[in-house]
Design a protein around this ligand. Sequence first.
Ligand SMILES: NC(=O)c1ccc[n+]([C@@H]2O[C@H](COP(=O)([O-])OP(=O)(O)OC[C@H]3O[C@@H](n4cnc5c(N)ncnc54)[C@H](O)[C@@H]3O)[C@@H](O)[C@H]2O)c1
Length: 272
Amino acid sequence: MNWLGLKERVAVVTGGASGIGRACCIGLAEVGVFVVVADINEEGGRETIEELKKKYGSKHLFVRVDVTDRHSVENLIETTVSSYGQIDIFINNAGINIPRLLVDPEGKEELTEDVWNKVVSINLKGTYLCAQIAARRMIKSSSGGVIINMASEAGTEGSEGQSVYAATKAAIYALNRSWAKELGKHNIRIVGVAPGILEPTPLRSKEYERALAYTRGITVEQLRATYKTISIPLGRSGRLSEVADVVCFLASDRASYIHGTVINVSGGKSRA
Ligand SMILES: NC(=O)c1ccc[n+]([C@@H]2O[C@H](COP(=O)([O-])OP(=O)(O)OC[C@H]3O[C@@H](n4cnc5c(N)ncnc54)[C@H](O)[C@@H]3O)[C@@H](O)[C@H]2O)c1
């Protein structure tokens, strides 16, 4: 644990109220990081804080944020700095997925501008606003920092019924490479993480499964079965803690020369 050297660093985790974000909060707190759980979901955020408090003490904080709203993100950063005096790590993890077909001959689940705007706004604009406002603060403090952006293997592989989601995740690769070129001189590292098939999170809701199964012309039961039969060289889905472990390593100085790239965490299912 001490090997990572993260004790008393300060990390913000967006989407920290559930799934991968909550696992990252737990992983970071376990190695001594002060964690700011940032989410639009207050109930889930407070549950994460309760879990952190029980296991790792009370130095963690929940801040409600809507990542699509500049003022809300500014408030998140200001609250973090006024509470801890610094911000060392920003995990840009909040994201959504709404399955739709580009063209649905049945006219039921076709990609609309509303769906497009919603997914792009949270996954892409949210990532941009958070990175910009966090990086400004890191530059001002002149002590550098690390920004980790949550991609997905869908960003390189594409995904039937999930084109807008895949497009926002592909964009993370380009943002990472570009921001790495801009921010390296300020001692700010930018890294991405691209998970593959994981144990279920709230993102895989009933409505999500219904819509995705529809776009693929199969039943929800058949969709669920594909998670078991899909070819993953390690022969199983990933655990959320396995993504969190990678995030902790990347956030630490042990990863001090990893910059501008995206780390695939898919059990060998995809390569990029
Ligand atoms: N679960 C997977 O298999 C998987 C695979 C690859 C990538 N990802 C990515 O990992 C990230 C987390 O996914 P997850 O599966 O844990 O999903 P999740 O639904 O469990 O968590 C997403 C969180 O983001 C929050 N959020 C949504 N809109 C927000 C907003 N406007 N402002 C602030 N917070 C907001 C939600 O409240 C939720 O707590 C996403 O970016 C997702 O694309 C997930």
